[in-house]
Write a protein that binds this ligand. Structure first.
Ligand code: PHE
Length: 346
């Protein structure tokens, strides 16, 4: 009996070498421990043994069973490895990333911003940044925007409690701190801190107490430009904006300057864009930014001599440009964080 068991285990061990698939493993298992398996046959014969023999053979039988179980576990591991290798396509490189990892992509607003900055970079404008929490002086006073100007109204400006007043706030009568309503405050900070000539472009987040609808958001983004040099003229302004528009919307895009008013530019304009590649908006004049020559009073307030220095300035809304470029009809899509929307720009 002992010999019989040893030869069953030996035969199984030899037999197992040829097993490579799950089906072969099942067949092997049936041959040994199935209802008619070689080991099962021996177990069936246990009843015919004498009382004395039974515990001895039982112990040998358990040992043989354990060896067969070990053999089966090793076979299962071997078969599973082969199956995984097969699914991945051999040879397997376990250091490869899982093919299922979903990849993110840049947000459409970030992409639009990079595209806009890239075109201004070609004209030598470098990026300048400033704080989102701004003093009333940097946001309004220095930009020749008087205390009774509607832009300061509690209706559309988000003021912060006095505790937020910053160290560089206390300039006469303009100590309040607020969430900046435009990135023009970066222009003020640049004029105060750098020696002209310089050309900057200031991208950033802005805040207004706007009621949210398809075209308004309390949180939005601007890109503003400032170019300070000797004898900057309207021809320079037109040239810069025309270049930007052709870079961003294609060589067929045109611009038009319409007289307007801003407290910080004189003269001031609204710039309209017309392009044949804008879907259903093709061929229509679309207002996309404010611009003008820097008001001499602003230069003076920011410590530059208006008899020596002059400048051009412009400001546009990032969301508006991204909506035009991609044909997006609702500003709220940008902030909803819906992967189905975002994936379209990946
Ligand atoms: N700051 C203006 C706005 O927020 C835009 C602007 C910038 C206009 C520079 C003229 C010059 O609407």
């Amino acid at each position: 009996m002992q010999q019989q068991l040893a030869s069953i285990v030996d035969a199984a061990r030899q037999d197992s070498v040829a097993v490579t698939t799950r089906a072969e493993m099942e067949a092997f298992k049936a041959r040994v421990v199935g209802p008619n398996g070689s080991l099962t046959q021996v177990m069936k014969g246990l009843g015919a043994l004498s009382k004395e023999e039974r515990p001895v053979v039982g112990r040998l039988l358990n040992e043989a069973k354990r060896e067969i179980e070990e053999l089966l576990a090793a076979l299962l591991a071997k078969v599973e490895d082969a199956e995984i290798a097969d699914a991945l396509g051999a040879p397997t490189d376990p250091s490869l990333p899982s093919p299922e990892v979903p990849a993110g992509s840049a947000h459409p607003l970030s992409r639009t911003r990079e595209r806009i900055l890239a075109s201004f970079r070609k004209l030598g404008l470098t990026v300048a940044e400033g704080p989102e929490v701004e003093t009333e002086w940097h946001c309004f006073d220095a930009l020749n925007t008087p205390a009774d100007h509607p832009a300061r109204d509690m209706q559309d400006t988000l003021y912060l409690p006095a505790a937020f007043r910053s160290a560089d706030a206390p300039r006469k009568g303009a100590e309040s701190v607020l969430l900046r309503t435009h990135t023009s405050s970066v222009q003020v900070r640049t004029m105060l801190s750098r020696k002209p000539p310089f050309r900057i472009v200031a991208p950033g987040r802005c805040f207004r107490r706007d009621a949210v609808d398809a075209t308004h958001s309390a949180n939005f983004h601007q890109v503003e430009g400032l170019w300070i040099d000797r004898q900057v003229t309207l021809a320079d302004l037109r040239g810069v904006l025309d270049f930007f528009v052709k870079e961003t919307f294609g060589p067929d895009a045109e611009i038009r300057l319409r007289p307007s008013f801003f407290p910080f530019t004189e003269p001031s304009f609204e710039m309209d864009l017309r392009s044949p590649n804008l879907g259903r908006l093709s061929g229509r004049w679309l207002e996309i930014m404010g611009c003008g020559l820097v008001d001499p009073k602003v230069l003076e307030l920011c410590g530059l001599d208006p008899k020596v220095w002059s400048g051009l300035a412009f400001g546009l809304g990032l969301e508006r440009i991204a909506m035009l470029v991609h044909g997006i009809d609702d500003i709220r899509h940008f902030y909803a964080n819906d992967a189905r929307f975002l994936r379209q720009f990946a």
